[in-house]
Design a protein around this ligand. Structure first.
Ligand code: SF4
Ligand code: SF4
Length: 105
């Protein structure tokens, strides 16, 4: 079970009940405007600033698509191969850094 965002961060496990595939940001097209980040519901909180990039951690992304209309350059895509391809280990530094920072899950 990874019912809460906190648990998902702790276990790095996506909620198996989520039917939609997670999304990914194509970095070559992203203009780093942060609009998607502001539209990702806090109970998911899947989008982060990581160094100069804006990234989606697939294990935290429910595939709700709320970020899609916010993107001015349409560079957010479905990521069906997320389990095979994975995402960089260092991305987890961002949600882990929130611990104790008062982020509501
Ligand atoms: S699809 Fe939903 S959960 Fe995933 S990054 Fe976009 S807004 Fe967040
Ligand atoms: S809204 Fe689109 S362009 Fe802006 S940071 Fe997000 S993915 Fe990048």
């Amino acid at each position: 079970m990874a019912a809460s965002r906190e648990q998902r961060i702790e276990t790095r496990t996506r909620n198996p009940k989520w039917q939609n595939v997670p999304l990914r940001i194509e970095m070559a097209e992203c203009i780093n405007c942060d609009a998607c980040l502001r539209h990702c519901p806090p109970q998911f909180g899947a989008i982060f600033n990581h160094s100069a990039d804006v990234v989606i951690i697939p294990e935290l992304c429910s595939g709700c698509d709320k970020c899609l209309p916010a993107c001015p350059v349409n560079c957010i895509y479905p990521f069906p191969a997320w389990e095979q391809l994975g995402s960089p280990e260092q991305w987890w530094d961002e949600p882990l850094a929130e611990s104790g920072g008062g982020y509501r899950s």
